[in-house]
Design a protein around this ligand. Sequence first.
Ligand SMILES: Nc1ncnc2c1ncn2[C@@H]1O[C@H](COP(=O)(O)OP(=O)(O)OP(=O)(O)O)[C@@H](O)[C@H]1O
Ligand SMILES: CC(C)(CO)[C@@H](O)C(=O)NCCC(=O)O
Ligand SMILES: [K+]
Length: 279
Amino acid sequence: MILDLDIGNTLSKWRLKDADSSEIRSRGAVWTREEWRPGSDIPDLDVVEAVRISSVARKAVLEETVSLLRHRVGVVHVARSTPESLGVTNGYEEPERLGVDRWLGALAGYQLAGGCCAVDCGSAITIDFVLPGGRHLGGYILPGLRLMKESLKLGTRNVAIDPDSEAEELLAPGRRTVEAVNHGIYMAAVSAINRVYAEVCDSEGVALPLLLTGGDARVVSRGIQVPHAVWPDMVYGGLEACFPLTAAERAGRMSGAPRVPSPVSLEKIRAGLAFSMLL
Ligand SMILES: Nc1ncnc2c1ncn2[C@@H]1O[C@H](COP(=O)(O)OP(=O)(O)OP(=O)(O)O)[C@@H](O)[C@H]1O
Ligand SMILES: CC(C)(CO)[C@@H](O)C(=O)NCCC(=O)O
Ligand SMILES: [K+]
């Protein structure tokens, strides 16, 4: 089995992948600040022959995780942001400072779709652009839905946005504090993504496939006007591309990859942008 680990600021997600069949056997998540101890939702390390890790947590968290795993598992790969990889050139002035989850998302998106806009809706919402040809432009970081809500301190932190709500409902004026807050932060997130996508496609002169991932991707997806795909395993896809271990991975196939969404034409994107500027 291969253990893939995506250590985020809030949650550490894991999945076990069968190295022979390439099937995903199990998944789980633990709070990043908690130790891995028996009884919590952690994988059985006895069956693991290789580990691949993406971590944006504090350095100590990664160090502890790696030292724990090295005792038990033969192969441990830790992903790093680099100046260039798999045909993509990192747009950061200091490439190693780009969050590795963003880098892996950009690599996976490029491998799947060529140029792309990769959006991760987690603790933070990140929006990254890769042009056809592989130039990563850099991107945008904004607070995620939960962080926006907590920062308001209006006593609404425990009332989550119902992930099954319709976007229309979530974008309407709120008539109670929780509603006003939930609808406000939802509006902030989806309008930022819609706008940034259109602006960058316009200025680069290319309509890019749009890919979403992260814990809030499903609900955010409903508020995105242009064609796009949700790919919950996008960061894992980047790990597969960087450290291919199975036959399918070596052939360039990433688990759970969606069909590439065909973007609307650049003309339509520009028309939408021009229209919103007039209002
Ligand atoms: N069980 C859950 N626990 C915490 N957050 C959840 C849960 N289910 C959905 N979410 C939502 O997912 C978001 C966290 O997403 P995700 O798991 O992608 O992020 P993360 O671990 O914080 O990663 P990163 O720090 O890399 O952004 C939160 O904003 C929250 O609204
Ligand atoms: C922005 C987050 C927190 C998103 O998970 C992560 O990618 C990170 O810590 N990045 C480092 C800062 C940067 O990417 O510029
Ligand atoms: K993440």
